[in-house]
Design a protein around this ligand. Structure first.
Ligand code: NI
Length: 162
């Protein structure tokens, strides 16, 4: 798990300067009405961090875990990520993940045999959840690294602030 924690710290260190340098027009831009802006993607990553934080701690304290999933669109909407302050989102994302690297580095040796059920999904191990957390992060970091296309698709109006 220490290796996974190091990988997570590396992701934050490599990504933070890129995110900090992104201009407002880029991070507020919605590629389509039903697609997330970069603000919403980072907000979603904060939601992933806080939900997984609960899973990582609860599963080891309880020796297993049955825990609800979270409704991603609803979480993003309720918290107004589309109009959130980018600097706040980015700094919170970075700090939360630095902390989660500490949490992951301290997961017990028994993590591969601690059974977790999240939402309706079948059982997975606590170790798998931690690995999947970083896989999910990587998926969205790839999206964030893409620049906004210059040409807009039909129906893709310039992004409003909301
Ligand atoms: Ni996601």
């Amino acid at each position: 798990m220490e290796q996974l924690a190091a990988a997570l710290r590396q992701r934050v260190a490599a990504t933070l300067p890129l995110l900090r340098a992104m201009p407002e027009a880029e991070v507020a831009h919605k590629p389509a009405h039903d697609r997330w802006s970069k603000k919403e993607i980072v907000g979603h990553l904060i939601d992933s961090a806080c939900n997984n934080h609960q899973r990582f701690v609860r599963a080891q304290l309880e020796g297993g875990l049955t825990f609800p999933g979270y409704e991603q669109e609803g979480w993003a909407r309720c918290q107004g990520y589309a109009a959130a302050d980018w600097e706040l989102l980015v700094e919170l994302w970075a700090a939360y993940n630095r902390h989660l690297a500490e949490v992951i580095g301290r997961l017990p040796d028994s993590a591969p045999s601690i059974e977790c059920r999240i939402g309706e999904s079948g059982p997975v191990s606590l170790a798998w959840l931690a690995e999947d957390y970083v896989r999910h992060l990587d998926h969205h970091l790839t999206q964030l690294a893409r620049s906004v296309p210059q040409d807009t698709a039909p129906g893709d109006a310039p992004a409003p602030a909301m």
